[in-house]
Design a protein around this ligand. Structure first.
Ligand SMILES: *Cc1c(COP(=O)(O)O)cnc(C)c1O
Length: 449
């Protein structure tokens, strides 16, 4: 079977996510036969460097032997058992280790990021009910936030393209200004911009705190907004304000956790601890769907009671799946045994140097970098930039999906220097190509992640 066969059959049988399917009449779907390290390989043998870690999930490359082996070993013991009333080795060990890493306890599991958001929102709301403050029912999220696309998560997501169609289904929340460093006024530092955003948040809290259960944020990097980065001082201020006004701080580290932002958890760079921590994406190294919410002991204790209804009666069938937990344990082993955070720091410095020719371009604005994420905005007349750039990169054997006019690199940590050279070279060529040819007339602006 060739690419063409799979492409046709997929187009006819699969409803692809985050996609206007009609676009695939012209833009071919890419059928992938196998993965090998940072590379995806199609049925015709073409190779693509996975510059976005397959939607930010893949930490150590495709088919990493250690994660593969951990899943195989677990498969010989137990693939899955319901977690209500039952438990097993991988879920216990994973929960213990995540607690040790985060300083938060009692891990509650879901299967994807959006369900982690749902869990954190419901837990916070229910905590206040259990604590005699049933009026705290609303949430504050940031402008340009993204927390997933189920109905509860979409209500705290500020991407109109995803949410406005469903507005009548969504419980309206409150929005605070984004601390995005790009919004710094002339003469203002990134920290100034963050502090200004924190002051606006404070006004909101001062006015509404009796109704607010929690503030939910993506620490340090708002991913789907186009890798908008902010100064850690915002999180320090946020922690202080949440304490002062008695609201929870939910850290959605679904994208930035597991070393992606440079520290194991992004919030650690601000020297704070959130009340809830949402994890997914990198948790299994991109092998299996798993998500997790960790919280403070005080929150857990507010549910611990003789009354059944005070318990957190939420469940997913695959909660704490044994294979997924085994993969996650292998990921944690790799972090420990290979001192991944330290190795990444060295790589990141080298890779940033390699990007100098991009940074130096006249049409590149707001080059930014945190941990293993790099992004820049492209000044272009083309409203079809994202699609044109994606195609130009694919032609060069690279998978990059710009968000609107923002190009970002979020590669597997295991990329080597030659592979990064190739990615940067292809990016430069693709920019030249896209900027020198005219609008194709195919595409309106598509700020899709
Ligand atoms: C991807 C993402 C989600 C949603 O996770 P899914 O697994 O896609 O449901 C939530 N929050 C952030 C910050 C994300 O990047």
């Amino acid at each position: 079977m060739s690419n063409q066969d799979w492409l046709r059959r997929s187009f006819d049988a699969v409803w692809h996510p985050c996609t206007q399917m009609k676009r695939h009449e012209r833009l071919p779907i890419v059928p992938i036969a196998r993965g090998e390290g940072a590379w995806l390989i199609d049925f015709d043998g073409n190779r693509y460097l996975d510059g976005v870690s397959s939607w930010w999930v893949n930490l150590f490359g495709h088919g990493h032997p250690r994660i593969r082996q951990a899943i195989r070993d677990q498969l010989d013991q137990l693939e899955h058992v319901m977690l209500a009333g039952f438990t097993h080795r991988p879920v216990v060990e994973l929960s213990e280790r995540l607690a040790k890493l985060s300083g938060l306890g009692h891990a509650f599991y879901g299967s994807d990021g959006a369900s982690a958001t749902e869990i954190a929102l419901k837990m916070s709301f229910h905590y206040w009910k259990n604590s005699g403050q049933p009026g705290k029912t609303r949430f504050i999220s940031l402008e340009n936030s993204y927390h997933g696309e189920t109905v509860g998560a979409l209500a705290v997501t500020d991407v109109p393209l995803f949410s406005s169609t469903y507005a009548d289904l969504l419980k309206p929340g409150l929005r605070a200004p984004s601390p995005d460093a790009r919004l710094a006024a002339p003469g203002e530092s990134a920290a100034d911009a963050a502090l200004r955003a924190a002051r606006s948040l404070e006004n909101l809290l001062a006015k509404h705190c009796d109704q607010i259960a929690a503030v939910i944020v993506e620490p340090l990097v708002q991913g789907a907004a186009g890798m908008a980065m902010h100064d850690p001082v915002y999180l320090t201020e946020l922690r202080r304000l949440c304490d002062q006004y008695q609201v929870h701080l939910i850290a959605d580290e679904i994208a930035v956790g597991f070393g992606r932002a440079g520290s194991f958890f992004a919030y650690q760079q601000a020297g704070i601890t959130p009340d809830f921590l949402c994890l997914s994406k990198g948790i299994t190294g991109g092998f299996l769907p798993l998500s997790c919410v960790l919280t403070r002991d005080a929150v857990y204790q507010a549910f611990y009671h003789d009354d059944v209804a005070r318990g957190f009666l939420h469940s997913h069938s695959y909660t704490g799946n044994a294979l997924a937990c085994a993969a996650a344990l292998a990921v944690l082993d790799i972090f420990e045994d290979e001192d991944v955070l330290a190795a990444n720091r060295v790589k990141a410095e080298e890779w940033t140097r390699k990007m100098q020719p991009l940074i130096a371009r006249g049409d590149v604005r707001h080059f930014r970098h945190r941990g293993m994420i790099w992004a820049f905005d492209v000044e272009t007349e083309r409203s079809d930039f994202a699609l044109a750039y994606f195609s130009a990169m694919l032609k060069r054997g690279c998978l990059l999906r710009p968000i609107g006019k923002t190009v970002y690199f979020m590669p597997p940590y295991t990329l080597n220097n030659e592979e990064m050279d190739g990615l940067v070279r292809a990016s430069l060529e693709a920019l030249d190509e896209v900027q020198s040819s005219g609008q194709s007339g195919q595409g309106e602006e598509t700020p899709l992640p």
